[in-house]
Design a protein around this ligand. Structure first.
Ligand code: FE2
Ligand code: FE2
Length: 327
């Protein structure tokens, strides 16, 4: 893409080395997604009388793909790259079972304190009606934004140094064999206002959502149904970066805004340990923001799991050209 310039391969200690730069404001964001922590502990047969039945059959196949040792290696790697903030873009569970939410809460505690980890839900976290509402309290500190606004209030804003992390929710139950999501009119209207407010504050606006927002980037049955309206809001208000999950493959694209291009990136599942599917194997992204207001520079480092060494390693580093929306 035209906003990406390949520059070099960095070392595993890139995060810490960059953190040590002096005289510049720096911020390091890690983005990971779709760990799909699954557990059928405590599952009663009645719980399968729903969309969970085909989901359970899918899980029987996919549990060989989503590996706990990959997540352990990820935690170890994050302790070395030491990001300032970690964004997790949904699908922490597979069937939205109560024990999966508990298991994911324990995993989040290992990932970091809630003030350094921001989570948004995915479609698997709202797999059947009422599951999200009944269990989301397990993750409440990790879902929180700066301002109280009700448990369903999205978007949620966290300001971290020069960055406005804006969490969106596209998670909602859908019919069997569908994995669609939507943001809805109210959330999009609030997003329109929040993008303008944060632009006036001179913040670098990074949007987090589960479903890919770029048209044609995912199968129809898995799409964000109101992606065109989301693109309209961004086209009108701008943003500096959009991060998503859901597709379980990496994505690099853009959304247009005022003659500029807003970079859009997706990551595969954080727990995928398959050696024969290099595009699908676990990876996470590090975004290093450096500089000052009006002259920010963003560097992307891609860290991928190696099934042979059972460790993460850098596969590439790129400079990202940020769009510039004047204050
Ligand atoms: Fe997923
Ligand atoms: Fe998903």
């Amino acid at each position: 893409m035209s906003f990406v310039k390949r520059i070099s391969v960095s070392t595993p200690a890139e995060g810490r080395a960059a953190s040590a730069e002096k005289g510049k404001s720096t911020f390091l964001l890690a983005h990971l997604s779709d760990p799909h922590l699954s557990s059928v502990t405590g599952m009663r047969p009645a719980m399968l009388l729903s969309k969970r039945l085909p989901g359970y059959l899918s899980w029987c196949r996919r549990r060989r793909i989503h590996r706990p040792e990959v997540l352990d290696a990820l935690l170890q790697d994050l302790s070395e790259t030491a990001p300032d903030q970690i964004a997790v873009t949904g699908d922490l569970t597979h069937l939205s079972l109560p024990d999966e939410f508990r298991q994911a809460a324990h995993w989040l505690a290992r990932l970091g304190p809630a003030e350094q980890v921001m989570v948004i839900p995915g479609n698997h976290d709202a797999y059947v009606p009422a599951a999200w509402e009944q269990s989301r309290d397990w993750w409440a500190p990790y879902l929180a934004g700066e301002e109280p606004g009700g448990e369903d209030a999205y978007p949620r804003l966290r300001v971290c140094g020069p960055v406005a992390l804006i969490g969106l929710s596209s998670a909602r139950p859908s019919a069997p064999f569908l994995a669609v999501g939507s943001l809805g009119k109210t959330q999009l209207m609030k997003l329109d206002q929040l993008l303008e407010q944060t632009r006036r504050r001179g913040l670098v606006r990074i949007l987090l959502l589960h479903h890919p927002p770029v048209a044609g980037s995912i199968a129809w049955r898995k799409r964000l149904t109101d992606a065109p309206r989301f693109a309209e809001v961004l086209g009108r208000r701008g943003a500096e970066l959009v991060l998503h999950g859901h597709a379980h493959v990496p994505f690099c694209g853009f959304l247009p805004a005022g003659g500029q291009k807003i970079p859009v990136f997706g990551v595969p599942s954080a727990s995928d340990g398959r050696s024969k599917k290099p595009r699908r194997v676990s990876r996470y992204h590090l975004y290093r923001l450096r500089g000052e207001n009006g002259a920010w520079k963003l560097r992307l480092t891609v860290r991928r799991y190696d099934p042979d060494t059972k460790r993460f390693a850098t596969v590439r580093t790129e400079d990202i050209l940020l769009p510039f929306f004047t204050c």
